[in-house]
Design a protein around this ligand. Sequence first.
Ligand SMILES: *Cc1c(COP(=O)(O)O)cnc(C)c1O
Length: 353
Amino acid sequence: MAALIPPRPDQGLGAGYHSPQVDVAVRLNTNESPYPPPQAWVDELAAAVTAIAFNRYPDRSATALRAGLAELHGVRPEQVFAANGSNEVLQVLLLTYGGPGRSVAVFEPTYALHSHIARLTGTAVATGDRAPDFTLDPGEVKRVLADADPAVTFLCSPNNPTGRADPRAVVTDVVDLAPGLVVVDEAYGQFAPWSAVELVDDDAGLAVVRTYSKTWSMAAARLGYVIGPASLVAEMEARALPYHLDAVKQAAGLLALRYRAEMDARVRAVAAERDRLFAALADLDLETWPSDANFILFRPRSRPSAEVWQGLLDRSVLVRNCNSWPGLDGCLRVTVGTPAEDDTFLAAVTEVL
Ligand SMILES: *Cc1c(COP(=O)(O)O)cnc(C)c1O
């Protein structure tokens, strides 16, 4: 008789990654843009959707979207692979280059999905520690790469949840040193002073992952992509599910590229607001770390993070409690919101502390 058997044992998944989705007035827990996309984009998308032949499968190669993204980044369309959020991009990357007998290297604290998706795909995880200020420590990077010989080395720049972007020289050093692929997750790349996309080359083991979820104000669309060597893209395409990228999403992503100026303006507004928030937090009884992204990591000096998190929630403000993340005891992360949302957060956190 059919039996509800245990799941495969090799994945070793810990507690779930998911941030609670609670109904609150001020949602500052998942690093989305606080601003909606331009109304003109919504209208254009609505018109484009009416023109879709819904009885037919979508363009399997997402030809137009990839051409648009290639133009945006100054690369060739064969160097672009898109999927349902950059998380799915990472999953296809690890289906392609990870797996049993292989490992990835991550430097904690960093984005939890890198090690989570590695485990899901049966890939071992080798962990290095960041320096006390959360920058990459060259000696530690060298040690981990030599010990683990990882198939994939993950960087995250700017790093979620600590906030800093890696300087160009640090990334090029890791690329020189790594025995396998280097994957740079640039989910917040538009806030950073430079992009590793400029280092992508058909002959280099470097891939850069980007997403529409943050700066493009399109988290609901679930669209991300990787820029990398054409051969890597071809291998990933061979492993993705057929027609994985639906027609609505392809249209949404392509149309968004017409609104780059509006996106850049939103990035500038959020960065200015981040700096205001950072300055205001300096007056409170907490430690903060500088950020090149749209969020700020902070540690209350005299209150446990769970109490602060709950105190904020009681005031209808939701932030991320990072206490259980490696190396982040007592830390919380707040996403930059609108000026009004940030004022509500500042008033609430002042009261709670
Ligand atoms: C938010 C985030 C992503 C986004 O994932 P999507 O699946 O594209 O929404 C990827 N990487 C990092 C580091 C992030 O913080």
